[in-house]
Design a protein around this ligand. Structure first.
Ligand code: PHE
Ligand code: NA
Length: 522
């Protein structure tokens, strides 16, 4: 990719690559879980508000920053931010835009490899005849490296290296390769998603069994789509909604800036960025909410979903449920589901590889092949621990620092740079140069005042998250003159290792476990 004069082959290619960057595992694995855990319909209003007040402004900002830097031949955030202001600090802040991608891509490509392997298992019928327990155990064995898939021990590790290798190969072919993957992957992903969504919407309660007489797919859809205003006052729901918007749009990461740095000087930003953003929302809100939750609710009932909603559902529950549709549709559904996840994943992991390559080019003049291989090695080095020590929470730790905290910090800082240091008047001109649509002027005001303040609030919220995420309780406690008790998941607790101490206190007997955990991930 890094070639100073390279640019996107076509507008379709650019939009699909940018949409592919955004549409990812987050749309299908993270969104439904966040929505369920935060009250379904109660989650959607904060979510949409965050999309308008933080998501869209950050898209405008990052596309503009990227194109601005690219014009000067820079393709990584340290160099791009440096070109916007003479103070050296911005260059160092730009390092976030490389670090975050590497931290996320390390575990992201691991999940990507599961999806590819689960496509194979769906085709050869591994799950047929297994009961619910067995399908779930199969996954647990896989991630704890106990099983031997297709007779090969340590198979998850090999498939991880293999999938990382595919990424490296495509990256080494440059923007053209990325565009090609997006042009094939995005339409297929949408096709697969629509097939599964139709199945989800139309299954009703046909399959309700004696075991789960209350099951109905529409319970799931209604739960997600009936607006509830009660939790609008709960900062916990707002923080979750903001976090999902960041992750799903890929903002605060550095990958959008890098892709945008290959735009031509007067190429449209206004319409392209909004198109890519809305494509992500279409896939997330319509397809992401129409598959896992309704299908699981249709078989097992909404109560089961509320109790069990989690990341594992996609791998531990879905393959079992697909079997209930008979042998042929089980294969079709399995291929559609895991194939869709694979395409969603790879178009995003490619985007996470480019900032590293851009930086190696800016800094050392490395070309595509050297850049891609070095990216693969760094990702591998970071990723191997997530594979080997999955059960010690290494994986979650990466997701926390890479996929949750540093996005917010970087988004906040780059917004300050763009709207205040670089200046919103100049910024507004950047956004609108070559624009194919007229952006409502109110966004200039939102980007100057509203977005930075909201980002600051999100950051503070993460910093001081109260115990059990109970804001109402913590605030009334505070008003009564008591101390604010931090949650073990708050940033302050994490930075001071309080989270590990608290866990140890709760489970004092498991010292071996904690020794390993501290050693590997602390
Ligand atoms: N937006 C992607 C998703 O929803 C994740 C991602 C983050 C991709 C950062 C690229 C960069 O899964
Ligand atoms: Na997304």
């Amino acid at each position: 990719m890094p070639n100073k004069n390279e640019s996107w082959g076509s507008r379709t290619g650019l939009i699909l690559a940018m949409a592919g960057n955004a549409v990812g595992l987050g749309n299908f694995l993270r969104f439904p879980v966040q929505a369920v855990q935060n009250g379904g319909g109660a989650f959607m209003i904060p979510y949409l508000v965050c999309f308008i007040l933080m998501g869209i402004p950050l898209l405008f900002t990052e596309w503009s920053i990227g194109r601005f830097g690219g014009k000067l031949g820079n393709h990584s955030t340290p160099y791009i931010l440096d070109s916007m202001n003479s103070k050296p600090i911005w260059k160092y802040i730009g390092v976030f835009g490389i670090f975050t991608n590497i931290a996320v891509v390390a575990y992201y490509t691991y999940i990507e490899s599961w999806t590819l392997i689960y496509v194979l298992h769906s085709i050869v019928g591994t799950f047929s005849g297994m009961d619910k327990e067995a399908v779930s155990t199969f996954f647990n064995h896989y991630v704890s490296l106990q099983g031997s898939d297709f007779g090969i021990p340590l198979f998850p590790l090999f498939s991880y290296v293999f999938v990382l290798g595919i990424n490296v190969y495509i990256l080494s072919t440059g923007l053209g390769g990325i565009e090609k993957v997006a042009k094939i992957g995005m339409p297929l992903l949408i096709l697969f998603g629509v097939i599964l969504a139709i199945r989800g919407w139309t299954m009703g309660s046909d399959f309700a069994s004696a075991e789960f007489p209350e099951a109905n797919a529409w319970d799931g859809i209604n739960f997600l789509w009936t607006p509830q205003y009660s939790s609008l006052a709960d900062p916990k729901v707002w923080l979750a909604a903001a976090g999902q918007i960041f992750f799903t749009l890929s903002v605060g990461m550095g990958s959008i800036q890098c892709y945008a740095s290959y735009l031509k000087e007067n190429e449209d930003i206004a319409l392209n960025s909004v198109t890519a953003g809305f494509t992500n929302e279409f896939v997330e809100v319509l397809l992401g909410s129409a598959i896992v939750i309704p299908i699981a609710a249709g078989f097992l009932g909404m109560d089961w979903v509320l109790e069990n909603a989690g990341f594992g559902m996609a791998f531990q529950t879905m393959p079992y449920l697909f079997q209930q549709w008979g042998p042929i549709f089980a294969v079709i559904a399995g291929v559609c589901w895991f194939g869709l996840l694979f395409f969603a994943g790879i178009t995003s992991s490619l985007a996470m590889g480019t900032p590293w390559m851009g930086f190696m080019n800016d800094e050392f003049g490395w070309g595509k092949v050297k850049g891609a291989i070095s990216f693969g090695l760094v990702a591998l080095l970071m990723g191997i621990p997530t594979v080997l020590f999955y059960s010690y929470g290494y994986f979650d730790e990466y997701d926390y620092w890479g996929g949750t905290v540093s996005l917010v910090i970087f988004a906040l800082l780059e917004t300050i740079l763009f709207s205040w240091v670089f200046g919103m008047n100049k910024g507004w001109q950047e956004i609108n140069r070559g624009a194919d649509i007229k952006i409502p002027l109110i966004f200039k005001w939102i980007m100057t005042y509203v977005t930075p303040v909201l980002l600051l609030l999100v950051f503070i919220g993460a910093l001081i998250t109260p115990e059990n995420n109970d804001w109402a309780g913590a605030i009334s406690n505070l008003l009564q003159g008591n101390a604010w008790t931090l949650d073990s998941g708050s940033l302050i607790s994490k930075l001071t290792f309080q989270d590990i101490y608290l866990e140890m206190e709760a489970n004092p007997l498991d010292t071996e476990f904690y020794k390993k955990k501290i050693f590997y991930s602390g």
